[in-house]
Design a protein around this ligand. Structure first.
Ligand SMILES: NC(=O)c1ccc[n+]([C@@H]2O[C@H](COP(=O)([O-])OP(=O)(O)OC[C@H]3O[C@@H](n4cnc5c(N)ncnc54)[C@H](O)[C@@H]3O)[C@@H](O)[C@H]2O)c1
Length: 875
């Protein structure tokens, strides 16, 4: 008495403060319990939850009775079932779920998932399913080592407190801290709002009307709020009518229609409408006449809110009729209003939470879909839509078109929506309505939703690879392999005029002529220098007529690249040139997919010693329309067989020996320092580097054995860069070389020393590739220097000696070490250099450079290459 008096004398502000302090105290105690549970094992947690489930089950009836007495809504037997469901079905689904510590580990992927609680949860419960929701939410919280503070619906406070006490006692007896489950003793809107807004609360789990859910989301913290449903159910003409009606009557009478998933309207096809009505009547469903509908419209719905009137929800059909001034037989199960509109002007089309539904006659299934959609839009978006049908097409279409997160087929919606009873959905008393209903989740809420799941991701290098032609033949006269090559008899020989003039194509046709059995060949000599798409089209056209089973490319890089592209487009006419040259960061994850298997075999026989195209997955082709050179790169382009036969390079002109030799040297050095270099490729790179330094000048001077060595070295370097790829030297050499018509080997030679100096300084911007775990370019260059016999007391010194050695070699074979030495106009170069740098930055080779270059640095490097900075004047 004294306490009450004292309260009455408090000002509004003081009352508010008192409520705030009360809630804050609960939150503080909750945190103490949370800390205690932080070290609980899965076994401890499960023991507590099982105790809660057992207590819920044992008290299912008395709690249900108390709830009905207190709220004056619902059916004791059905509320008992709901309490049983919240204890038994929920625990059964949670029993084996891992919710503590490591819950998943994938050693292969190096990923571990660790479950941690979200923290203190504010649990808001409704009047419609009071005690069962308390059991459900408490169990979900405890299973996930969260603590929970409830704000019960004031109209169900007593029965919810009793539920709280029972499960709290059971949980504590099984080892839970006392304050793991708490509740607000004196409910009020202020108290619930304070609870949701208290900074010590980490997550809100709210079930209730739209106002409550909105308040939960407005708190600014993670909220799992689920709101109302206005679910329709459509009985389509192919349905089993008796079963559909049975389901709907069962659903609507279950706890007097208070499960939010229950049918609020039924839409029936015209053809079966009368039959359906008759069937409902056999179950004592009362059909309101027009006047009675009017009365219902006046009393059943609260005109201010447009939703079901407070006293109506959860009452029996008979009681509701009385409240609305309509006489119905006492044994009426469900009241039906035949209706034909949706929206505010048609009050009964709203959510009803009672054994009442509106019945719509649909002209056809499109009309039925329209009515169902309108009903969902009128307060039921995202919740539940039922369909009774045996027509698979209708079921699929309904599922696609309804904005509902639960599409229940041939089942009672109330008992279907909560899952586990009539289907295999997760059992839950909190049903997400997705973004349709302004909810975060669209599924039935479960334990996973109350966990913070941490992912421990171990560093993983991507799997690396080595891919080369399945066969490489070498040594003098290796071309004789063609005499015996199996399973081919239609040879399409690709070459160019220059190579044909050397008699090399004839050499090949001679060998083919000596094959036993059937053989046909055609020689295509129209490849040009740096071939373009017109040449490729021409070749594909010839191939379409000739229909080869093998393509033999004999020539330099231009011929081999052309042959690779011809085979690609001959076999894949649907692939466009633009698709084929798309770039990638990781060839395995590229957007454009290349074919995996080639029907036509490709044999490449190089007649220059440099490009490595005979083993590479690359073809460089110009666009005939724009003149731009594009790099096509995919392992689908790799030749099946390469033949490295030095008979074809014995008469190679000196300048070609020098240029292609430097192309090979560029390949070998860049592949050695590339971010994708591996122990498998570095051996090839070093072997090629050693051989080139030892033989290029001799080969240039006419030594035939040196030419053979150079020929092999170029292919070996090709194998290295086909798998390790290249770097910035090639990006610069490609762009500048093709713009100013400088032979690519020359362009490589000029850029190589500049890029080595650049890469051997600690980078400003670091290269990104998990396999490239530490910066190592400088020591890699020093390794190269040592391999070719240079000595020095530091990496720095060795790198500089390597640079000098490269310059000396280039000059010894007649290469001038600056772009200005090749007639490139200074003004023209300056005009284009910015654009060229951007192009080089985007070049595929830049991706694997050991230093990630800035565009400004590329500009500077290009300018240095133009002047031959630190090279030409230094000499
Ligand atoms: N696909 C790749 O992996 C790759 C790599 C680097 C370069 N490339 C490309 O290769 C092309 C350059 O190739 P290349 O340097 O081999 O030159 P090339 O194929 O363009 O041939 C140049 C000239 O040399 C002639 N020739 C070739 N072999 C000869 C021989 N043994 N004796 C006399 N003359 C001969 C040709 O008839 C031609 O006129 C460029 O288009 C370049 O883009 C491709």
């Amino acid at each position: 008495m004294a306490k009450t008096q004292q309260k009455e004398t408090l000002t509004e502000e003081q009352k508010k403060k008192q409520i705030y302090d009360m809630v804050d105290n609960l939150v503080k105690k909750s945190h103490v319990a949370l800390d205690e549970m932080a070290n609980f094992t899965q076994e401890q947690v499960d023991k507590i939850c099982e105790a809660v489930a057992t207590a819920g089950e044992q008290n299912a009836y008395p709690l249900a009775k108390m709830a009905v007495e207190e709220t004056k809504r619902g059916v004791v037997e059905d509320k008992t079932t709901k309490n049983m469901y919240a204890s038994e079905n929920i625990w059964n689904s949670l029993r084996h779920e891992k919710t503590v510590g490591v819950i998943d580990e994938d050693k292969e992927l190096g990923l571990t998932k660790i479950a941690e609680p979200k923290g203190v949860i504010a649990g808001v419960t409704p009047v419609t399913n009071p005690t069962s929701t308390v059991i459900f939410k408490a169990m979900l919280a405890l299973k996930t080592r969260n603590t929970i503070i409830f704000g019960f619906h004031p109209q169900a406070q007593k029965s919810c407190v009793e539920t709280g006490k029972i499960i709290q006692a059971a949980a504590v007896a099984a080892g839970a801290p006392k304050d793991a489950i708490q509740w607000i003793e004196e409910p009020s809107l202020d108290a619930t709002t304070d609870l949701m807004n208290n900074p010590g609360v980490q997550t809100i789990l709210a079930t209730g009307g739209p106002g409550m859910v909105k308040a939960a989301y407005s708190s600014g913290k993670p909220a799992i709020g689920v709101g109302p449903g206005n679910g329709p159910s459509y009985i389509e003409k192919s349905a089993n009518i008796d079963r559909a009606v049975y389901d709907i009557v069962l659903s609507k009478t279950f706890d007097n229609g208070m499960v939010c998933a229950s049918e609020n309207s039924v839409v029936v096809d015209d053809e079966i409408y009368d039959k359906v009505v008759d069937e409902f009547k056999t179950w004592n469903c009362y059909f309101l006449n027009k006047e009675e509908i009017k009365k219902f419209e006046e009393h059943f719905i609260d005109p201010r809110r447009g939703t079901v009137a407070g006293p109506v929800a959860g009452k029996s059909a008979y009681e509701i009729a009385k409240l609305c001034g309509v006489d119905v037989p006492k044994n009426t199960k469900v009241i039906v209003a035949e209706y034909n509109g949706v929206g505010r002007k048609f009050p009964l089309s709203a959510e009803k939470l009672s054994p009442v539904f509106t019945l719509y006659r649909a002209k056809n299934h499109d009309d039925a879909f329209r009515i169902c959609s309108e009903l969902l839009d009128y307060g039921g978006r995202g919740h539940t839509a039922g369909l009774h049908s045996n027509d698979k097409k209708i079921i699929d279409e309904f599922a696609m078109k309804m904005d509902a997160c639960r599409i229940l087929v041939n089942s009672p919606a109330a008992l279907g929506g909560i899952g586990d009873l009539y289907n295999n959905m997760l059992p839950s008393l909190t049903l997400g309505t997705g973004s349709y209903g302004a909810n975060t989740f669209s599924h039935n809420i479960g334990a996973k939703d109350l966990l913070n799941i941490k992912t421990v991701a171990m560093r993983r290098d991507n799997m690396q690879w080595v891919k080369v032609p399945s066969k490489t033949y070498f040594e003098h006269n290796a071309a004789n392999y063609l005499r015996h090559m199996p399973n081919v008899n239609r040879f399409f020989i690709v070459t160019d005029e220059g190579v044909a003039d050397q008699g090399f194509a004839d050499e090949i046709t001679d060998i083919i002529s000596k094959r036993r059995g059937q053989k046909e060949y055609e020689v295509f000599k129209a490849v040009t220098l740096d071939p373009n798409t017109d040449v490729i089209k021409d070749g594909v056209h010839r191939m379409n007529i000739f229909k080869p089973d093998v393509v033999i490319a004999i020539g330099g890089g231009s011929v081999m690249d052309a042959a690779k592209a011809m085979r690609l487009f001959y076999e894949n006419p649907e692939m466009s040139f633009e698709e084929a040259y798309q770039k990638f960061l990781d060839i395995r994850k590229r957007v454009v997919r290349f074919p995996k298997i080639n029907g036509v075999q490709l044999v490449c026989i190089p007649t220059t010693s440099g490009t490595g195209s005979e083993v590479s997955p690359i073809a460089i082709i110009s666009d005939a329309k724009t003149g731009i050179k594009h790099t096509l790169c995919d392992y689908a382009l790799t030749p099946d067989v390469s033949i490295v036969d030095d008979q074809f390079v014995q008469t190679l002109p000196k300048r070609l020996i020098a240029w292609s030799g430097f192309e090979a040297l560029g390949h070998a050095i860049e592949s050695y320092v590339s971010t994708m270099a591996t122990d498998f490729t570095r051996g090839w790179s070093l072997e090629a580097i050693k051989t080139i330094f030892a033989n290029l000048k001799k080969s240039y001077d006419g030594d035939l054995d040196a030419r053979k060595q150079m020929h092999d070295a170029a292919t070996i370097a090709g194998m290295a860069y086909s798998n390790a790829f290249l770097g910035l030297e090639h990006s610069i050499a490609h762009t500048v070389g093709s713009t100013f018509d400088i032979p690519s080997g020359v362009s490589d030679a000029i850029a190589l020393p500049q890029v080595i100096r650049f890469n051997s300084k600690r980078p400003e911007k670091l290269a990104m590739w998990p396999h490239y775990s530490v910066y190592r370019a400088e020591s890699d260059y020093a390794d190269i220097a040592r391999t070719i016999g240079l000595t020095g007391s530091s990496d720095d010194e060795l790198v500089e000696k390597l640079v000098k050695k490269i310059i000396d070699l280039a000059e010894s074979v007649g290469i001038k070490m600056a772009y200005k030495g090749y007639g490139v106009d200074k003004a023209e170069f300056d005009k284009k250099v910015d654009e060229l740098a951007v192009e080089a930055y985007g070049d595929q080779n830049t991706v694997t450079n050991p230093t990630a270059p800035l565009i400004s640095q590329i500009i500077q490097l290009m300018k240095d290459c133009y002047e031959g900075k630190g090279i030409v004047n230094n000499k």
